[in-house]
Design a protein around this ligand. Structure first.
Ligand SMILES: [Zn+2]
Length: 146
C-alpha cells in the first residue's frame, strides 16, 4: 500500500492544474517500511523541466541538491521513492514508456531504490493511481491519503 500525505496530494493536484494541458511531475520522497510506502514530501519539476502534452522531463540538476538537503535534514529517513507525473486529457494508467522508466529507476544505482513507485494523475477522468516495480513485476498499489 502507498500512504500519502494530504498536503502532497494537494500539491500534485495544483501542479497538474497549473501546467494543464501540458504534462508535469516530480520526485516522491518518504520511506519504505514492511512493503508499505509512506510519501511525506515532494520535489517539483524544476525551472528547466520540459513540459509537453504527452511527455515530461524533470530538471534533474535542480532536483538533486534539494533531495540531498531533505535527506540530511531528516537524518536519512526521507529518501527517494519514485516519481509522479500527470496525464493531461488521459487516464491514470501505466504507459509503456512509464513501465520502461520505472524499470530504469530500479536499475539505476544512483536512485538507490530497487522497488520504485510511480504515482500517475489522469485528468480524464480525474484519478490518481500508484504503481510499483519490484523483482520484474509491475503492480498497482492501493493509495491511502493520510
Ligand atoms: Zn505516463
Amino acid at each position: 500500500m502507498i500512504f500519502i500525505l494530504k498536503s502532497v496530494v494537494k500539491f500534485i493536484l495544483n501542479e497538474t492544474k497549473v501546467h494543464y494541458p501540458l504534462e508535469t511531475g516530480g520526485m516522491l520522497l518518504g520511506y519504505l517500511k514492511e512493503k508499505n510506502y509512506y510519501i511525506l514530501d515532494i520535489i517539483d519539476a524544476g525551472p528547466e523541466a520540459i513540459h509537453k502534452t504527452d511527455y515530461f522531463l524533470p530538471d534533474g540538476k535542480y532536483q538533486q541538491p534539494i533531495l540531498e538537503q531533505k535527506f540530511f535534514k531528516s537524518n536519512g529517513k526521507v529518501t527517494f521513492l519514485g516519481d509522479w507525473h500527470s496525464h493531461p486529457k488521459a487516464d491514470s494508467y501505466l504507459s509503456k514508456l512509464d513501465m520502461e522508466t520505472l524499470k530504469n529507476i530500479s536499475e539505476d544505482e544512483g536512485a538507490q531504490i530497487n522497488c520504485p513507485i510511480f504515482i500517475i494523475i489522469g485528468t480524464s477522468p480525474l484519478n490518481i493511481c500508484g504503481f510499483n516495480y519490484d523483482n520484474g513485476i509491475y503492480q498497482e498499489l492501493a493509495l491511502k491519503i493520510i
